[in-house]
Design a protein around this ligand. Structure first.
Ligand code: ADP
Ligand code: MG
Length: 367
């Protein structure tokens, strides 16, 4: 199974690595329904050439449906799709999937088990002569570091290698846009970090515009140039990971990016008062009911001059961090804190806490 890297391939590579030129992909007012239930409700989103965009959202929010529409294997009920400004699909007419230059990598990245990696990678290259297809497939395998496994069958590979082989198959036709549906979901959690960053380098090198679907906010932050957060078939916020983490538009976005304590209060004289303390609320009208959200990680143990007193109810060692459940005066519900191990004495009961204002968010209550 040890195929020697082909010396001629390297030369060829120089001429062929131009790959496809990255394209922009625009979703314009995309609606979709299953049996009368709206699964997508007016999606407007442009993915820029060469950009890696993560489509993030809980299960059932419509991520897969949006990818399937982009790939051309599902049809929207309203709205259009534009590739480099050209309309490729409307409810009336649609460019067939194989003509779009859009590649799709499925959730379980199913490689064909009875085919070698080379055959798998050649699979989508039907437009080329057999020898051209072989060269291009080998090139793709080389990109993912599997050129020596060209003749191997998928079951001989580790999970991470299979993932890379599936990636090779997806990039072999040099798609202008590459769509990946939860590409890391089947992998061991300790493998994921490395495989994600390897995948990202490969996507950058291939210069394909990419949409990566995930339900994991950390994964999205690690990979994305921008994140589009989807909820119940609607985009709730689009921006860099930092923007969504630091300036969430609503409680849903905030809670997607970190664990929160949520308390409630009403604005009075430009302030809101809760058991966690008083916070500036001038941007809301007096009398407005607010959700006051505080990240678990926004609480630290104070060395004197705390913002708050608390009693430790439970604590759980998690390695680098310790999870505390705390009783605080004025709140019937316990609050949660995630603190660095070593910051709290083993026998601590009554403690003082500090709250980082950057980890507090105020939103108008929806209930
Ligand atoms: P996600 O990928 O974000 O988990 P999906 O796009 O798969 O979400 O699904 C969006 C919604 O559409 C869900 O409510 C789901 O139950 C529904 N749905 C998905 N596929 C079908 C189908 N083939 N028939 C009917 N409803 C479906
Ligand atoms: Mg899905």
């Amino acid at each position: 199974m040890n195929i020697k890297p082909d010396q001629n391939l390297a030369k060829d590579t120089k001429q062929k690595t131009g790959v496809s030129f990255a394209a922009s992909l625009e979703f314009r007012n995309i609606h979709h329904e299953y049996n009368g239930k709206e699964t997508l409700q007016g999606i407007n989103l442009t993915v820029e050439p060469g950009e890696v965009l993560c489509l993030l959202g809980p299960s059932g929010s419509g991520k897969t449906t949006l990818l399937r529409i982009a790939a051309g294997i599902e049809t929207q009920s309203q709205g259009s799709l534009f590739l480099n400004g050209q309309e490729i699909c409307s409810p009336k007419s649609s460019l067939p999937p194989e003509k779009r230059g859009i590649g799709l990598m499925f959730q379980d990245f199913a490689l064909f088990p009875h085919m070698t990696l080379l055959e798998n990678a050649k699979f989508g290259l039907t437009a080329l002569s057999s020898s051209q297809a072989k060269d291009q497939a080998l090139l793709a395998l080389k990109r993912v570091g599997l050129e020596n496994y060209a003749d191997a069958y998928p079951h001989l590979l580790s999970g991470g290698e299979q993932q890379r082989a599936a990636l090779a198959r997806a990039i072999a036709p040099r798609p202008a846009v590459l769509l990946m549906d939860e590409p890391f979901s089947g992998l061991d959690s300790r493998l994921k970090d490395t495989i994600r960053s390897d995948t990202l380098s490969i996507l950058r090198e291939a210069r394909a515009t990419s949409i990566v679907v995930t339900h994991d906010a950390e994964e999205a932050m690690q990979m994305a140039d921008r994140i589009a957060l989807l909820r119940d078939g609607k985009l709730v916020q689009v921006g860099t990971g930092r923007e969504l983490y630091e300036q969430p538009n609503d409680l849903f976005t905030a809670s997607f990016f970190s664990d929160l304590n949520v308390l409630h209060g009403r604005v009075k004289n430009g302030q809101v008062e809760t058991a966690l303390g008083q916070f500036d609320a001038k941007r809301f009208n007096d009398g407005t009911k607010l959700d006051v959200a505080l990240r678990h990680s926004g609480i630290t143990v104070a060395k004197g001059q705390g913002d708050l007193v608390a009693r430790v109810v439970t604590r759980r060692f998690m390695g680098r961090l310790e999870q505390l459940r705390l009783a605080i005066p004025g709140s019937e519900e316990l609050i949660s804190a995630s603190i660095r191990v070593g910051h709290l004495a083993a026998n601590a009961t009554d403690i003082e806490l500090k709250i980082d204002k950057r980890d507090v968010f105020l939103f108008e209550s929806q209930s």
